[in-house]
Design a protein around this ligand. Structure first.
Ligand code: MOS
Length: 734
């Protein structure tokens, strides 16, 4: 039954969001709430020699100021601070743990007061004396110290030799600066002091159960002592995958005062959390004159902190996209005195594929070949890294449908050849690739005899549409109208779910809901069969579906029993079923989503002002559950890609190892005036192998390749190849 799956169903949580009924972490209130504010370090490395909180404490309304000297106890074992998302190697950051300064903007004191403004003011009165030590914060200056962290994808053949012997060659470095997520909602925790050692924590996070386990470990609590909720989230982009320090500080405050505490970070303090690591991508591509690739070398050098090894797959994507007998990949890290980088929207792929797809464009220029044609000549039907086929790969269709919708055939390949008045017009394209992941997830269905169903799962909806797709899948698998389904998410006490990220939640939650609905159907059928003269007396489970409020034979729709009658007969006024999805282990196929991005830029020939006037993103991502929310996902991701290409850059003053634009006035993200036409195409991609429902998940695939498509368009418009992001007008003019 697919009355709702595959349709553009509007967000079921839309009305709550636009009327203010949806509550975010800092919206939950209780009597006698205490407000926290954080003081942060101004040096990048060293020790706190002395911290004087007396002036802050004298402010009327201040209850206490916590530092590493006087905070309540926390676990001192590294294990306790590990979470589901933490890098495997290293020692995670611990706020107010000791006197060590590991990065600028590090929290060093928590002021607790009766009003937020009071706390914020008092935090400015905290005086610190440091023993500063020399720091490093510039990736370029430290690149010679890069070390290899992990085994890269297997090499094939001899890439260096093949490159040297290639008829066409291109070698260059591309650079992505540090970027910060800048979600609209600030990181915040409201900790409700329940008494008896119990806490309810409303925290801005992409994974409530991850935060719950983490807080229990850090504060030596039992799992039923701490409940974590985040029913709504104002944007994550990966910033909320790991537990952030605000939840630890808010709990410290609650424990110290034995009261409820709210802590909201300031926008500037959001820059003291994780970030996309600054990364150098070095590419060397060799091809025959017919455009078939002969050699691919992709090396990435990325920043990490002094205390954790953060690395993601930047370099393996070429092995998924393109055929080449000779390849070599390497991923290296450079230690800087900064906070540990974190996942940010398509981690590894957004950066790595930017390098790869920029280099492919330059190779196409060297070959005097259309960039789409070059990609078709190297097209790989197998995952070259693992030498396995794909569960499905409709990337050829993405190229074809994207090019058609964009009008690519009318492109004059000559740079600076296309104009619109005083503006140069550039058309560029790129490929995108991401993973189709799925994770163990459980869902509970409570079906009541009045025909209402409540579906619940600990998963968070980070704004992606999880409430809506869960309602759609439940409505279809229970045969009920969507209005009769209510969905509960973002509560650690609900059935098990992973953090929401990696684009895996759609596949994971949908299969959990279907598994639970199957259990409901089983019980309903048993009750229906037990009825006297039951029309379903000899029906097997696989022969019946739930539709229109009835249990119905697939073969003969006249053989039905109403769900209400079956429940009455079974003596149940409600059926409660909880079930985990089950995905078989299978490494015989690669599971990936793909895309082709076509971008148009218009650049003022005299002023260098760049506008992205059109983007077509053709995506192949298996079965699309909701064409409206999925298109919104891709559209939002394209906006992120525009930011990456033209605007976003965290600027350090390396003298201080400190971020100079820790605000959204000077850290630029695209605004409405920067975003013009975006067309999203979902290419039909039936996939019976990836999972039973054929779902691959969207979100991250929408940003991968976008920055390259825009950079390639800028080259086509101007004849200037800018290889370090963001492409600001000075780089085009100079
Ligand atoms: Mo996304 S970086 O997996 O939240």
């Amino acid at each position: 039954m697919t009355a709702y799956i595959g349709t553009p169903t509007s967000r079921v949580d839309g009305p709550a969001k636009v009327t203010g009924a949806a509550h975010y972490a800092a919206d939950f209130n209780t009597d006698g709430l205490v407000y926290g504010a954080v003081a942060t370090s101004t040096i990048a490395k060293g020790r706190i020699k002395q911290i004087d909180t007396s002036a802050a404490k004298r402010v009327r309304g201040v209850f206490d100021v916590l530092t590493h000297d006087n905070r309540p106890p926390m676990a001192d074992k590294d294990d306790a601070w590990k979470d589901d998302v933490a890098p495997e190697k290293g020692s995670p950051f611990r706020p107010l743990y000791d006197d060590k300064i590991r990065f600028s903007h590090q929290p060093i004191a928590l002021v607790l007061a009766d009003e937020w403004e009071t706390a914020l003011f008092a935090a400015t009165l905290v005086r610190v004396e440091y023993d500063a030590e020399p720091h490093v914060s510039d990736l370029h200056a430290q690149r010679d110290k890069a070390f290899v962290v992990e085994k890269p994808e297997k090499p094939r053949g001899d890439a260096a030799k093949a490159y040297a012997n290639s008829e066409a060659r291109h070698e260059a470095e591309y650079f992505i600066p540090t970027e910060h997520h800048n979600p609209m909602e600030l990181f915040a925790s409201t900790v409700i002091w329940e008494g008896g050692g119990k806490l309810t924590v409303y925290d801005k996070t992409q994974g409530v159960q991850n935060v719950q386990r983490y807080l229990c470990n850090v504060f030596n609590k039992k799992s039923d002592d701490i409940r974590v909720l985040d029913p709504f989230m104002g944007g994550g982009f990966g910033a909320g995958l790991r537990p952030q320090y605000e939840c630890v500080l808010a709990v410290l405050g609650a424990l110290a005062l034995q009261r409820s505490v709210r802590l909201v970070l300031t926008r500037a303090q959001m820059y003291g959390l994780g970030h996309r690591p600054a990364t150098i991508e070095r590419l060397a591509l060799g091809a025959k004159s017919d455009g078939t690739l002969n050699a691919i070398t992709h090396e990435a050098i990325a920043e990490t902190s002094q205390f954790e090894d953060f690395s993601r797959n930047d370099t393996g994507w070429a092995g998924l996209l393109y055929k080449s007998p000779n390849t070599k990949f390497a991923h290296r890290l450079v230690r800087l005195d900064v906070s540990t980088p974190s996942d940010m929207r398509a981690p590894g792929a957004a950066t790595g594929v930017y390098g790869l797809e920029s280099a492919m464009d330059e190779l196409a220029v060297a070959l005097k070949m259309d960039p789409v044609e070059l990609r078709l000549r190297c097209y790989s039907d197998r995952d070259q890294n693992e030498d396995v086929p794909y569960t499905s790969k409709q990337l050829r269709e993405c190229y074809a449908q994207g090019a058609e919708a964009f009008g690519w055939g009318k492109r004059n390949p000559e740079p600076r050849s296309m104009r619109d008045g005083h503006e140069l017009v550039g058309w560029g394209m790129a490929s995108g690739v991401w993973e189709a992941l799925q994770m163990p997830t459980a869902a509970r269905i409570v079906l009541t005899a009045n025909g209402h169903a409540e579906v619940s799962c600990a998963a968070s909806d980070i704004g992606t549409g999880t409430y809506t797709i869960v309602a759609q899948v439940a409505a279809d698998s229970l045969g009920l109208p969507i209005e009769t389904i209510s969905v509960k998410l973002g509560d650690s006490s609900l059935p098990q779910a992973p953090v929401e990220g990696g684009s895996w939640m759609a596949a994971s939650a949908s299969h959990a809901v279907v598994a639970a609905a199957d259990e409901v159907r089983k019980e309903l059928l048993a009750s229906a069969k037990a009825m006297q003269d039951s029309p379903l007396a000899d029906a097997k489970l696989e022969d019946v579906v739930l539709a229109d409020g009835k249990i119905m034979s697939r073969r003969d729709s006249s053989r039905v029993v109403s769900i209400a009658a079956a429940m009455r007969h079974g003596g149940a006024d409600r059926i409660v079923k909880e079930k985990k999805n089950e995905f078989g282990e299978d490494s015989s196929h690669a599971r990936n989503t793909h895309s082709a991005i076509f971008a148009e830029v218009k650049i003022d020939d005299e002023l260098g002002v760049i506008r992205v006037t059109r983007v077509v993103n053709a995506v192949a991502a298996g079965r699309i559950l909701n064409t409206k929310t999925a298109a919104s996902q891709i559209m939002g991701a394209v906006v992120g890609g525009i930011g990456m290409a033209l605007h976003e850059e965290t600027v350090y003053d390396h003298n201080f190892g400190r971020i100079m634009n820790a605000n959204i006035a000077e850290y630029h993200v695209p605004v409405n005036a920067d975003v013009h036409e975006i067309e999203v195409i979902f290419v039909d991609e039936p996939d019976a192998k990836v999972n039973p429902m054929g779902i691959k998940g969207v979100g991250e695939i929408g940003i991968v390749g976008v920055a390259a498509a825009i950079a390639n368009a800028v080259y086509h418009a101007t004849g200037k190849r800018v290889r370090d992001l963001p492409i600001t007008l000075d780089k085009v003019l100079l």
